[in-house]
Every structure is written in structure tokens, then in C-alpha cells.
Design a protein around this ligand. Structure first.
Ligand SMILES: C[S@@+](CC[C@H](N)C(=O)[O-])C[C@H]1O[C@@H](n2cnc3c(N)ncnc32)[C@H](O)[C@@H]1O
Length: 342
């Protein structure tokens, strides 16, 4: 399956190469559950050629074919030419797949699973991340309602100043070849701008798989990494964008980790973050309390204000050129920083 997905994971990730004699296929699928039980077919892992260009379509196909509920997917390692992808699932109903424990595995497969357990057991360890994933699964229909009705008829594009925001993005996002939105959720503002600017590779990452929706543009690729632990390559992208996500990191240390991660993977960084709605007051405070927290069950609560925003960025990314700006709409005041390495 030497296709777009294979090439993407090969070019954009630093994956350890396990010297194991498997390289006749290009992608190996490692399906496992929360208790680290693995699911194999015909005493082998799934080395499947699903012939798809979109990883989300592969997830859907695996869900249907093996009655899974895939919660996360991410690359694990290479075995020579083979790229091993992990799919974490909450259920496996199909009897086509056999459940095995690590201790019952043998040979090559035992080595791969051993590597996976040792290196990825902590991938989803924090309570806040587990809550983030659970909430995104449980309340996805509320998000759809928000997208299809609330944003369409109440918090309309005009009220959200969509076209002014697009102009701001146009100024913030330089021309380039590759761009990533590190926590895109269900929002495609960055994709639209990157498509307009003819980017070759446009990546939308988010830990909530349910937010990710296939995009009609062939060069939009979705990843499902925890950005605190992702092993994307140094300087993989020209630009990385983080919009409205710092408040989802429940500590200053994690916010710093995000900035360091963005600095590692890209030369230019754009951060857009809502200013603490408690301090802004008025409608933003009301919307935050009733729409985002009570109705949508948004799990981010660690809001910062302008002073904290600047302190965070300047304290973490020294030797960088930083330009700040501001954007206001019905939802609140947005703090904006464009950051370039000097
Ligand atoms: C408030 S939403 C913002 C979504 C989008 N950027 C926007 O502006 O509408 C925050 C997003 O961060 C994602 N997120 C939180 N923690 C994450 C993590 N550790 N790794 C990747 N994504 C994460 C959530 O799943 C959620 O979609």
C-alpha cells in the first residue's frame, strides 16, 4: 500500500526502526484496546491493503469490517519498510479477530507489541486527556447541533466576523509548502486559507477522532496525535497553527510543551487564543458558561489573559520575532501571536 498515507508517515515522522524481518508489506495495523489486549487475524496482525488515500476512511472501513470503535490512531515504528500503525479501540465485536495478550504472542509480533507497550503505554495516561477524548465521543451530537444550527442561525458568520477573520489569517499565514493545525477540532478555517495559498501538504491534527471529517481536497491529511507526545519530525512543516487550544492544557507546563513542540516541527508559528472570558465579561462570559461549558461540555478551563499569554510565549520562545495582534467578535477577544525563528 505505497500510497499517500504511507508516504506521509514516512516523511513527516521520526519513527524508530525495529530490526525485525518484516518488510514485505508497507503498513501493518496493530489493533488494541484500553487493557492492552491485541486483536489478530489468522494468528497474524493485520497487514491489510485497504487501498485508501485517507486514514479516516481506513478507520471507517476497519470499524465496519471488524465491528470496532476506533478511538485513536497513530504511527508506532518502522520495521524496515513496513510502517506500524496503532488503532486503539473501545470495543471489538467481530469474532473474525482473536484477542491475545502480550504474554501469548511469539516471535516478531511479540517484539513489536513489546515496543508498543513500552513506548506508548503513557500515550493517553493523563486524566485530562482521557476526559478530553471521552467528552469528544459522548457529546459529538451536541457539536453537530452547534455546527448545523447554533452557528448557522444564532452565532452567524456575520456575528463571528468570519470574513474579517479570514483577512487576518491571510496576513498571518505566509506562503509555504506545508502547514499543520495542531488541534483543528471540527474547524476548517486553516484548511481553507492553506488551500487558497496553494499549500502542498495541509495537516489537521486533533486528539478527538470524531471531530475529524474527511475533506474533499486531496492534500488535506488528518492525524490523531496527542500533541504533548507526538513524534513528528523536526522542521517537518513551514507553519504550525494552534487555535483556541492553550486553555485545554490544564497546566502552564503543558502550554509550554505545546509551544516547544510547535517550535520543533515548524519555522513559523501562529497562535490564536481566546482571552479569559471571565475577565472579558458580558456575552463571552455567558457563552463560555452556558454554551461551551454546560452544553458542549468543553473540557478546557485553563484560560489565560494578555499578560499571561505574552509571558508564556516570551518565556518559552526566546530568540524569536513575535508580533502580536488582537481580534474581537461575539465570542470574545482573541489574542494573536505570529512567531518566527530569528
Ligand atoms: C476549543 S477546541 C478548538 C478547535 C479548533 N482549533 C477551533 O479553533 O475551533 C480545542 C481542541 O483541542 C483538542 N485537543 C486538546 N488536547 C489535545 C491534545 N493533547 N492533542 C491534540 N489535540 C488536543 C481538542 O480535542 C479540541 O478539538
Amino acid at each position: 500500500m505505497k500510497n499517500k498515507i504511507y508516504e506521509f508517515y514516512r516523511n513527516y515522522y521520526d519513527l524508530d526502526n525495529l530490526k525485525i524481518g518484516i518488510s514485505n508489506n508497507d503498513m501493518m495495523f496493530l489493533i488494541y484496546d484500553d487493557e492492552f489486549n491485541y486483536y489478530i487475524k489468522n494468528t497474524r496482525f493485520l497487514l491489510e491493503n485497504l487501498g485508501e488515500d485517507s486514514i479516516l476512511t481506513i478507520c471507517n472501513k476497519l470499524n465496519t469490517k471488524y465491528q470496532l470503535n476506533i478511538l485513536n490512531y497513530y504511527p508506532v515504528c518502522r520495521c524496515n519498510k513496513t510502517i506500524v500503525m496503532a488503532f486503539r479501540t473501545s470495543v471489538v465485536k467481530s469474532s473474525i479477530l482473536k484477542k491475545v495478550r502480550y504474554s501469548d504472542l511469539k516471535g516478531h509480533f511479540k517484539k513489536i507489541v513489546g515496543y508498543h507497550i513500552n513506548n506508548f503505554k503513557q500515550q493517553f495516561d493523563s486524566n485530562s486527556l482521557q476526559t478530553e477524548i471521552k467528552m469528544s465521543q459522548k457529546y459529538i451530537n451536541r457539536y453537530k447541533f452547534h455546527e448545523n444550527y447554533i452557528k448557522k442561525y444564532i452565532l452567524t458568520k456575520r456575528k463571528r466576523k468570519k470574513s474579517e477573520f479570514a483577512k487576518l489569517l491571510n496576513q498571518l499565514i505566509p506562503k509555504g509548502k506545508s502547514i499543520i493545525d495542531i488541534s483543528c477540532g471540527d474547524n476548517d478555517d486553516i484548511f481553507d486559507m492553506a488551500i487558497e495559498k496553494n499549500y502542498d501538504v495541509i495537516v489537521g491534527n486533533d486528539i478527538g477522532i470524531n471531530y475529524l471529517k474527511t475533506h474533499s481536497e486531496k492534500n488535506v491529511i488528518f492525524t490523531n496525535d496527542n500533541i504533548i507526545k507526538s513524534n513528528m519530525k523536526t522542521d517537518a512543516f513551514d507553519v504550525s497553527v494552534c487555535k483556541n487550544t492553550l486553555h485545554h492544557m490544564n497546566s502552564k507546563e503543558k502550554m509550554i510543551k505545546i509551544l516547544q513542540f510547535m517550535d520543533k516541527i515548524s519555522k513559523q508559528i501562529v497562535i490564536i487564543e481566546i482571552c479569559n472570558p471571565q475577565k472579558t465579561g458580558g456575552l463571552p462570559k455567558f457563552l463560555n458558561k452556558y454554551l461551551y461549558t454546560k452544553f458542549l461540555k468543553d473540557s478546557g478551563h485553563c484560560y489565560i489573559d494578555w499578560g499571561e499569554f505574552k509571558e508564556l510565549i516570551e518565556g518559552t520562545l526566546t530568540n524569536h520575532r513575535i508580533t502580536y495582534s488582537n481580534f474581537e467578535n461575539i465570542l470574545g477577544n482573541f489574542m494573536v501571536a505570529k512567531i518566527e525563528r530569528v
